[in-house]
Design a protein around this ligand. Structure first.
Ligand code: 26Q
Length: 783
């Protein structure tokens, strides 16, 4: 039906009329979006069904990726790309008077995630489908996604994200596949033929209804499923996504959401498995369940419950099957982010599940006492239940056969420090899987000009084998190629500049260095260090307006968790500084500061291809991996960064000459922490540049304020002994920025570095990552 443009145009026009019930003259952009996307979804259905039938027929092993978050973004453009219909549809629409890029803007982002972890899940789905693995997503269909951010007088204001308002053309409601999820109740224990039998009475039943979305692999043949669950009770469980990303919050509704996902998902997996007609002990051969951080850890006791209470297995056999089925990824070492649930809450909400967890713990602790008879202090440290709290990470490690970190450094810290006792106990369970990003969305779709240039230079094989992007290394010295990559960057910068002008009425110099810091706002990500450095630059330029600096445009995008006061204050500071700098005629030819509101997947696709400089400046040891760093690298930005997360591996590949590395190393940071931090007062008193900007935070009248406006930020540094080492790394950060300024003066050298970065970025494609998960963790074969 889509093999030629004329057929497409014909069908599209027919559908436009039949679906909308109005003459095509009256169609709006929103109508075109709706009709087009539903056509594409229908078109993919054939392969969707075929893929599933294949899985059934060949009894293929399936992996189910459980995640509380899937930060998918928009699907129209990406699906067209993967189906190989982008050109055809673009041209066809054009002839009918529509611009595809404008039509794409009609789609709401599916913002069912907070940030890195949720976006990783979405990239993984894309790679699983493209590589033709039998891998599906299992998640929650939140009615409200991550809040929409507005900036009002410099402050973040949160609005609900009712992403379903215009309907979701990509999903199919599946009431026939509903399951019941049970909460509360009393557990009654009886004996039948000498065996204990557990039965829960007076429970609250919630109906879980799945909505399936096709995940279309590149070239379109292979279509997997993202199944998201919704409930229709009055106090809806699937009402909204919790907007906190690195601060765990022990809210009852959140626990309900977690169990809702786990129970619905596992029940539906067991049902699908049973259609194979195999007995249950074959489960681990046919099913792998992966948990994205500890949020879905309850799959472990839930699977135990089904195996024991429903299938009638004994404990030992059920435990064997469960721990051969479940694997777990850890995404953080921040202690404030580790999930802990009050035992009282679990007991009441999930009485049977709690009994199972207690039994797991009793057996585990018993084993520890036997193994370490002379070290009784080990037991409370590793115990799953610690006094009145359930430690989810401990349960996840004990109940799974694989535990992985998300970058080499992070995995190392897990094994040597945070999870050392578990690593000593289960050394073979731990492994690293460095994160990746889908180059289809982040390069082919977001930056078509750069993709075309790569195609022209080395052919198209890199699209299927992204490591082959290293092929462009041979052009790093080629001035023709350099000029073309520079022209592409310039084009993308012009586009972003006009977007900024349209949104905020601010004119930025498109020939200035675009220096971009976009990610969730958090202390450890050090947006504060960036803005303090901008204040320092501003001071310098005020003092000497003719100072020789390449004009720089600093661009921020960041959402703060609504309850994270200091993060919101930093947003305010960035906006106040921006306001002051941008209207100051003495310096604003050389310095501009932009805060783009509502950072999201679709905004990222506009921003990242236009970056010259990528800010990846977390306190070393704190950022588990980062994935934005990879997206910028792939689009030719140079990184200013610390030796943290996956930056370390980027540095391994491109070397010192092609990255601007600064600041303390992770060992140094961890060493300081062990000794209560460093003496922040000394840095404050000894470095005049530091003191000046810090004092400006609290100086009456500075930045046209009433004064004392940012005392809270000042104290957040001084009274916590600068827990994120902002002042400690400040001098070296200044220096790295000076190096950027010097490098940019030599366009050929800059472009060479940029090409080297692009060339090596293929290794960070999630295709490479997923291949490793598939072979080293899940034991999947390519279909
Ligand atoms: C937990 C309990 C209650 C409420 C919320 C949460 C919660 C939700 C989301 C806790 C954490 C998150 C998200 C964490 C996250 O995005 N981590 C990032 O994961 C990326 C992918 O691996 C890494 O690249 C980042 O380094 C890491 O910060």
């Amino acid at each position: 039906m889509f093999n030629n443009k004329e057929a497409f145009k014909q069908l599209f026009q027919e559908k436009l009329v039949s679906k909308l019930g109005k003459p095509k003259m009256e169609a709006q952009k929103a109508d075109v979006y709706k009709v087009l996307s539903s056509m594409i979804r229908e078109y993919a259905s054939k392969n969707w069904i075929k893929t599933n039938q294949n899985y059934q027929a060949h009894q293929e092993k399936q992996v189910y990726y459980f995640s509380m978050e899937f930060l998918i973004g928009r699907l129209l453009g990406n699906n067209l790309l993967n189906l190989g219909m982008l050109e055809l549809v673009r041209d066809g629409l054009k002839e009918l008077g529509w611009d595809l890029e404008e039509i794409e803007e009609e789609e709401s982002d599916a913002g069912l995630g907070n940030g890195g972890l949720g976006r990783l899940a979405a990239c993984f789905l894309d790679s699983l489908a493209t590589l033709q693995y039998a891998g599906h997503g299992c998640g929650i269909r939140y009615k409200y996604g991550l809040f929409e951010q507005k900036i009002v007088e410099g402050n973040q204001v949160e609005l609900p994200d009712y992403w379903l308002q215009k309907g979701n053309e990509w999903e199919v409601r599946r009431p026939d596949k509903k399951v019941e999820v049970r909460f509360k109740g009393n557990v009654e224990i009886s004996k039948e033929n000498g065996e204990l039998v557990f039965e829960t009475h007076n429970y609250d039943a919630v109906t879980a209804i799945p909505y399936d979305m096709p995940v279309i692999g590149y070239e379109g043949e292979h279509v997997n499923t993202l199944r998201i669950w919704s409930d229709c009770s009055v106090d809806s469980i699937s009402e909204f996504l919790y907007p906190d990303d690195s601060q765990y919050e022990g809210k009852l509704l959140r626990l309900k959401q977690q169990y809702f996902l786990c129970s619905a998902g596992v029940q539906s997996i067991v049902r699908t498995f049973e259609k194979l007609g195999l007995s249950i002990e074959h489960l681990p051969e046919k099913v792998a369940i992966h948990i994205n951080d500890t949020h879905p850890t309850l799959v472990i006791p839930e699977l135990m419950r089904i195996l024991i209470d429903v299938k009638g297995l004994g404990w030992a056999e059920a435990w064997e099957l469960t721990t051969r089925t479940v694997s777990y990824t850890n995404h953080t070492t921040l202690s404030e982010a580790l999930e802990k649930w009050p035992v009282s809450m679990l007991k009441e909400l999930l009485p049977r599940i709690y009994m199972i967890i207690e039994e797991i713990n009793t057996r585990f602790c018993g084993m520890l006492m036997k193994k370490y008879p002379d070290q009784p202090e080990i037991v409370p440290q590793m115990s799953i239940i610690d006094g009145h709290q359930l430690k989810m990470a401990n349960l996840a490690i004990v109940g799974s056969y694989s535990v992985n970190g998300v970058a080499a450094l992070h995995t190392d810290i897990l094994m040597k420090r945070e999870m050392k006792l578990f690593y000593d106990l289960y050394p073979n369970r731990f492994n690293n899987k460095t994160n990746g990003i889908t180059h289809r969305r982040w390069l082919l779709h977001a930056n078509p000009a750069l993709s075309n240039l790569i195609n022209e230079s080395i052919g198209t094989r890199w699209i299927d084998s992204p490591e082959e992007m290293v092929g462009i290394l041979k052009y790093s010295e080629d001035s023709g190629f350099q000029d073309r990559t520079r022209a592409i960057k310039q084009h993308n910068k012009l586009k972003l500049a006009s977007f900024i002008h349209e949104k905020q009425g601010i004119i930025v110099d498109p020939y200035s260095i675009f220096d971009i810091h976009v990610k969730r706002l958090h202390g450890y990500k050090r947006q504060l260090m960036n803005i303090l450095h901008i204040m320092y630059l501003y001071n310098q330029l005020k003092q000497n307006p003719s100072m020789d600096r390449i004009p720089r445009t600093f661009i921020f995008g960041a959402k703060a968790a609504p309850s994270y006061w200091l993060a919101k204050r930093i947003i305010k500071l960035i906006n106040v500084v921006a306001h002051q700098v941008n209207r100051d005629r003495k310096v604003n030819q050389k310095l501009k500061v932009i805060f783009l509101e509502n950072y999201s997947v679709s905004l990222a696709e506009k921003i990242i291809p236009a970056a010259d400089v990528s800010e990846q400046i977390s306190t070393a040891s704190k950022e588990a991996s980062g994935t934005g760093n990879m997206k910028f690298m792939m689009n030719g930005a140079l990184t200013i960064g610390t030796m943290d997360g996956a930056n370390v591996e980027m540095h391994d590949m491109v070397g010192d000459a092609n990255m601007f590395i600064f600041g303390l190393q992770s060992d140094q940071v961890l060493e300081y922490y062990q000794h209560g931090g460093y003496a922040v007062q000394n840095v404050y008193h000894s470095d005049a540049r530091v003191r000046e900007v810090m004092d400006q935070l609290v100086s009456p009248g500075y930045f046209g304020l009433n004064g004392y406006e940012f005392e809270d930020i000042f104290h957040s540094i001084m009274s916590t002994n600068d827990e994120y080492f902002v002042l400690k790394d400040f001098a070296s950060y200044i220096e790295a920025h000076q190096q950027i300024d010097r490098s940019y003066r030599s366009p050929k050298k800059w472009q060479r570095k940029s090409i080297i970065n692009i060339a090596h970025s293929g290794k960070f494609s999630s295709d490479c990552t997923i291949r490793k998960y598939a072979s080293e963790i899940w034991g999947l074969e390519r279909i």
